[in-house]
Ligand binder design. Structure first.
Ligand SMILES: Nc1ncnc2c1ncn2[C@@H]1O[C@H](COP(=O)(O)OP(=O)(O)O)[C@@H](O)[C@H]1O
Ligand SMILES: [Mg+2]
Length: 169
């Protein structure tokens, strides 16, 4: 779990392909809950410098949280916004679930921390998903943060370094 103990294999990757894989993995669960999974990406490839497996883990964790906390008929949306002038990609995962209480927010990225928001009809988690996501994102030089309000839903955003045209890693 500690960033220093993980090995990273940084390569140029099209994060749209990884997002497709992550979304596909939870599609059946989303269908069963009648939750709409939306993926909003720019037209063509989105090249980032990242470890494919770790980024997939981050997306898996965020999608699984978003789905776990969505109620029947909800919407989960993944949006990708590249900002070439800054050299970063921003990815957000939004749900319309119960949200996170303000008093939980400062601790939510800590290992084993589970907020007071509990999911209905789902096995209890471990409190490790967001801690892992933070480790991975920060190991790539990115940041991760949450915008959430009780009863209004949750958006988790993170950034990753974009590949510059002609750049190699
Ligand atoms: N999308 C979300 N909506 C509401 N609460 C959330 C969401 N994502 C995370 N949380 C809160 O943050 C806590 C920690 O999340 P996480 O680290 O993924 O652990 P776990 O999912 O195993 O409980 C959760 O227990 C929950 O209280
Ligand atoms: Mg989780």
């Amino acid at each position: 779990m500690n960033a220093g103990m993980m090995e990273y294999r940084i390569v140029p990757m099209d994060i749209k392909r990884v997002a497709d894989i992550s979304v596909n993995k939870v599609q059946l669960l989303a269908d069963a809950k009648h939750v709409q999974l939306l993926l909003e990406t720019p037209g063509r490839h989105v090249w980032v410098k990242a470890d494919v497996f770790r980024v997939e883990q981050v997306l898996d964790n965020l999608l699984s949280n978003a789905l776990k906390f969505s109620s029947e008929g909800g919407i989960v949306k993944v949006v990708m916004k590249p900002d070439p002038s800054v050299g970063t990609l921003e990815v957000s995962v939004t749900d319309g679930g119960p949200g996170i209480l303000a008093e939980d927010l400062p601790y939510i990225f800590e290992r084993f921390y589970q907020g007071r928001t509990k999911a209905k009809q789902s096995a209890p988690g471990s409190g490790l998903g967001l801690a892992l996501a933070k480790n991975v994102v920060e190991a790539h030089g990115g940041r991760i943060w949450i915008e959430s309000e009780a009863k209004k839903g949750t958006t988790v955003r993170f950034t990753l370094p974009l590949m510059k045209p002609g750049e190699s890693v």
